[in-house]
Design a protein around this ligand. Structure first.
Ligand SMILES: C[S@@+](CC[C@H](N)C(=O)[O-])C[C@H]1O[C@@H](n2cnc3c(N)ncnc32)[C@H](O)[C@@H]1O
Length: 311
């Protein structure tokens, strides 16, 4: 198995905001190429990390990379929804989720990239669920339209969904991208038509989100986090597009305020306030980092500190 090609994003910021140098036990629930896990282990010789990922290939690669620190690392094959059952009563000083896919997944010819002359799979966990091919070759135009809209595709979503159904079946990612790009060129108007980004980018992102049920998993993670992190501990979440960033930011505000319910019904029972948002606007990579690693360009780090404040 080849070495990881993934460069961790916002690495020094993650270490700083998780206060990793101070020592503690951490949960990295998006192990990927193990860059952040390794940095946390190196930040303090007493640090321990429980590191999980839904992709078994990531775990195999990381086991080799982290071999020198094996006594301080526990590796788990788990998605966010499965973590609650596996971690039971454990608590952590800090927790990291670096959302989305890794450079390794993008380069492994698994259909994540629209340039892949390979099967349209897109499952991060290859042992579970429907592949992207199952969806584009089997779902109705309406179902495809809905998932494209939910994944951020603009006004062209209807025409693209119809074209996907008319021109199927698809063997490879490249074949699907060709249909998407032709349709987009035919129907896009105004600003959308002038954009330099390949139109398949957002369509492939929407499909990936649907295949991996990414929003449901983020919701599970946000439900779980308050139980997993000790009072005074922090969660750091790196998002890569506005759709997931909105979910994370909204949930953190809810933790801080004691819940939407209390805001809408003044005087009613308030839920418990769980702590505070650290850096309200989120933390973005420096220009230097984006130049060095263009994959960091849309990253935003959101941090929340849990405490036992009662409202
Ligand atoms: C951006 S990469 C993480 C890179 C890592 N921080 C590093 O430094 O190498 C995201 C990783 O999270 C995993 N992942 C994404 N969503 C997940 C979920 N719902 N449950 C578990 N793992 C997930 C992916 O399989 C991928 O390996």
């Amino acid at each position: 198995m080849e070495k990881t090609q993934h460069i961790p994003v916002l690495e020094s910021e993650v270490l700083e905001y998780l206060q990793a140098a101070a020592g503690g036990n951490f949960l990295d629930c998006t192990l990927g190429g193990a860059g952040h896990t390794l940095a946390i282990l190196q930040a303090n010789p007493k640090n321990t990390v429980t590191a999980s990922d839904r992709d078994e290939r990531a775990l195999k690669r990381a086991a080799v990379r982290l071999a020198d620190h094996a006594s301080r690392v526990t590796l788990l094959h788990a998605d966010f929804a499965a973590l609650s059952g596996l971690l039971k009563d454990q608590t952590f000083d800090g927790m990291l989720a670096d959302l989305g896919i890794s450079t390794d997944q993008l380069k492994e010819n698994r259909g994540f990239s629209f340039n892949d002359d390979a099967a349209l799979d897109m499952r991060m966990d290859e042992s579970q669920g429907q592949s992207a091919a199952d969806i584009v070759n089997g779902a109705s135009a309406q179902q495809i339209f809905v998932l494209l809209k939910q994944g951020g595709v603009g006004n062209e979503a209807r025409a693209i969904a119809n074209a996907i159904v008319e021109r199927r079946p698809y063997g490879t990612a490249k074949e699907l991208a060709a249909v998407v790009n032709q349709t987009f060129a035919r129907v896009a108007r105004g600003k959308a038509a002038q954009k330099k980004v390949n139109p398949s980018t957002v369509v492939f992102q929407a499909l990936r989100i649907a295949v991996n049920r990414e929003f449901e998993h983020i919701e599970s993670l946000m439900e779980l986090a308050p139980r997993l992190i000790r009072s005074g501990g922090r969660i750091a979440i790196i998002t890569f597009h506005s759709l997931e960033d909105r979910v994370v930011a909204r949930k953190m505000r809810e933790w801080e305020s004691g819940g939407e319910f209390s805001a809408r019904s003044p005087g009613s029972m308030r839920a418990k306030r769980l702590g505070h948002v650290v850096e309200r606007k989120g933390i973005e990579p420096s220009a230097e980092e984006v130049t060095r690693n263009p994959s960091a360009r849309s990253a935003c780090l959101r941090v929340f500190e849990f405490s036992s404040i009662d409202s």
